[in-house]
Write a protein that binds this ligand. Structure first.
Ligand code: MD3
Ligand code: FE
Length: 220
């Protein structure tokens, strides 16, 4: 039997763990996207010049307070007929802009750190929040392969993430998501009800009075 000196050393209290379990199948990677934040935000500006942010209409006829756009081979859209992943932007008829390499590489690296090697997202939904914007409790179940995780990247102003259970009526926990935080949602957490509380007004050095969220999905 060998004894490695390092085995006896306590964890450094100043070094947070690289991955922090949030719940069954959900892993938070605090600050994981910070090293590429300006590149991600520049790419969002570039993408949204081609496929502008817009407020989608729910099947029930309500205008969503979150503004959305997409990149990749498919984009999530909602209108009076329902929700779907569409290969084209319905506003222009053109394909969604391609997923930037810095997006894809970050999503793959995050998923791998959370125990999902080989994550190959084909879609990225980009959500824009201004002060007061909220996202009510919902499930993400329009993706064909629910075994693949969703990777979410928070940029700009912090938000309160509402994390419910598998039933809409389950009382949600509140989790703060700040600039650069990445969360990987898979396994038993993949179908939980979730949302975002109304965004508090503040000013962020990189985004001003705005929060941007990227969600990477494997839709087919
Ligand atoms: C848990 N976005 O785009 S990100 C969404 O901050 C969405 O814009 C929120 O919910 C946002 O659908 C939350 C965290 C998140 C995203 C997708 C999930 C958590 C999830 C899917 C399943 C379970
Ligand atoms: Fe969602």
């Amino acid at each position: 039997m060998t004894f490695d000196l390092f085995d006896a050393l306590p964890a450094d209290p100043d070094t947070p763990p690289a991955t922090e379990p949030l719940g069954p199948g959900a892993v938070v990677l605090r600050g994981f996207a910070r090293d590429v934040d300006t590149r991600l935000l520049a790419a969002v500006d570039h993408l949204s010049a081609q496929a502008p942010f817009r407020h989608l209409i729910t099947p029930g006829g309500l205008r969503m307070s979150v503004a959305m756009t997409n990149c990749g081979e498919a984009g999530w859209v909602s209108d009076r007929t329902g929700y779907r992943y569409d290969p084209a932007d319905p506003d222009s008829g053109a394909p969604w802009p391609p997923m930037p390499e810095v997006f894809r590489a970050l999503a793959e690296r995050a998923a791998a750190s959370a125990g999902y090697p080989g994550f190959a997202p084909d879609a990225c939904l980009i959500n824009r929040y201004l002060p007061g914007t909220r996202l009510s409790l919902h499930q993400d179940r329009d993706e064909l392969d629910l075994r693949a995780p969703i990777v979410s990247v928070s940029l700009g102003l912090p938000s309160t993430f509402l994390w419910g259970g598998l039933r809409r009526a389950d009382k949600p926990a509140r989790i703060r998501l700040a600039h650069g935080d990445v969360v990987v949602w898979g396994g038993p957490s993949r179908l939980v009800f979730h949302g975002i509380a109304p965004l508090a007004d503040d000013d962020h050095a990189l985004t001003g009075r705005t929060r941007i969220n990227l969600t990477f999905r494997k839709t087919r």
